[in-house]
Design a protein around this ligand. Sequence first.
Ligand code: FES
Length: 76
Amino acid sequence: MAREVTHDATGPTRIDPDDHDGDIYVCACGLSDNKPFCDGSHNGTADEEEGVRYKYENDDDEEPRHPIDAIEYADD
Ligand code: FES
């Protein structure tokens, strides 16, 4: 089974669990290869245009980001 998930965040969520350990950065953009942790991949969203919906796919190393018109759902 496959899922399409939409993310609006362009950076991680910082968690400060206690005074002894360092901060933890959890991926909120959906692009990290090291989930649940941020790996910096959110930097690829920096030049996204306002109002444009993008789909990121790992099948194209030169252009993993594609603008799309809308998400189309198949009937059950
Ligand atoms: S927030 Fe997703 S990689 Fe940083």
